[in-house]
Design a protein around this ligand. Structure first.
Ligand SMILES: Cc1cc2nc3c(=O)[nH]c(=O)nc-3n(C[C@H](O)[C@H](O)[C@H](O)COP(=O)(O)O)c2cc1C
Length: 356
């Protein structure tokens, strides 16, 4: 079975097991869902120039990203509250990603404890929102570092949460919402739903200085997620970032934000080899991965398919997804004439000749 068929099968199985409002929440984009709707198509618009006779008998998908050895350059994008999708939540996801040879990015809106995920995971990074109460963020990133996270991912595109018009914010039970923050909140705050929510929402005043602050308090390298412009990428690096993640948050924040397939090259050019660039958004098969690597990405992240996979089959479902993605990448690389990820470059991308 091809990877797109597996994703569709897992999505259908997930719809049969999770409540409809949870499935709608996963699928949703913001406003008219333009960015969410075009993400996959934007990769499919690219046309490729395969090479011939390149000896792909010993093809290798394995790669190293920021010191972590992976079976393929494929990461699980951070996403909130897997406890709504499977009883073992992010522990199941982390175990599946590890078995599939990938790297897990754990959302700071995790419904499993940071330590439990650290125990179950292979290589993993911790995604951060700088919260209204900065001491909470400091406590969380210190715990992530102690639990074995190898980097932080600061999500920069979410000063406030985008309105998913077709799927209003779902009520997340406090038992899931405060699994990690709960122990750092005063009992009176924790007991008061509104106060606990206020303390744990994003600080809309977060600026570039957060990058260096997070690096200093955690001792970990920081990647910035949500970058869609070359000038922003350069500013993030100047402020101390060790990596850039091109993302429009799965079309869930500013709608009509440029497709990541279209934004990637500008960011790669601005970074100019100074740091790894990762990309997500509709990267759901080997062709999209090959295209992203050819444009200069060091790795890709996969979002919603991982959520359908954990809902459909727990750790085994996620492992099957990573194996299918890696198989499909292998097939696409072989047919493109690239025996290793490093063999992919911009010459693979076809550009229309100017008329006249
Ligand atoms: C239900 C859901 C929850 C998400 N939660 C987070 C989050 O907590 N932090 C974050 O940085 N990104 C979050 N994202 C965005 C993903 O990390 C990623 O950018 C996006 O899903 C990639 O696009 P894809 O779903 O087309 O693969 C979420 C996405 C979805 C669909």
């Amino acid at each position: 079975m091809g990877v797109l068929q597996l994703i569709e099968e897992q999505r259908r199985a997930a719809l049969a097991t999770v409540p409809a409002e949870v499935a709608d929440y996963v699928a949703a984009g913001s406003w008219a869902e333009i960015s969410a709707g075009e993400a996959v198509r934007a990769w499919q618009r690219v046309r490729l120039r395969p090479r011939v006779l390149r000896d792909v008998a010993d093809l290798r998908t394995a790669t190293t990203i920021m010191g972590s050895d992976l079976a393929a350059p494929i990461l699980a994008a951070p996403s909130a509250y897997h406890g709504l999708l499977h009883p073992d939540g992010e522990v199941a996801t982390a175990a599946g990603v590890a078995a599939g040879g990938g790297l897990m990015v754990l959302s700071s809106r995790s419904s499993a404890s940071i330590e439990a995920v650290g125990d179950a995971a292979g290589p993993w990074w911790y995604q951060v929102y700088v919260l209204a109460d900065r001491s909470l963020t400091e406590a969380l990133v210190r715990r992530a570092a102690a639990a074995g996270a190898r980097a932080l991912v600061l999500t920069g595109d979410t000063p406030i949460v985008g309105d998913k018009s077709k799927a209003p914010a779902i009520p997340v039970p406090p038992s899931l919402r405060h699994v990690n923050t709960g122990r750092h909140l005063a009992p009176a705050v924790l007991a008061d739903d509104a106060a606990a929510l206020a303390a744990t929402t994003q600080d809309a005043g977060t600026g570039m200085d957060a990058i260096g602050w997070l690096r200093d308090v955690s001792g970990l390298p920081v990647l910035v997620k949500g970058v869609l412009r070359g000038d922003d990428a350069a500013e993030c690096l100047a402020a101390g970032a060790s990596g850039i993640i091109v993302s429009n948050h799965g079309g869930r924040q500013l709608d009509q934000a440029v497709a990541t397939a279209d934004a990637l090259a500008e960011v790669v050019d601005a970074v100019d080899g100074a740091a790894p660039v990762v990309v997500d958004g509709g990267v759901h098969d080997g062709l999209a991965i090959v295209t992203a690597l050819a444009l200069g990405a060091a790795a890709v992240m996969v979002g919603r398919p991982v959520q359908w996979a954990v809902a459909a089959g727990g750790a085994r479902g996620v492992e099957a997804l990573f194996e299918a993605l890696t198989d499909d990448l292998r097939r696409a690389m072989a047919l493109a004439g690239a025996a290793s990820p490093e063999a992919l470059d911009r010459s693979l991308i076809w550009r229309p000749q100017p008329q006249g």
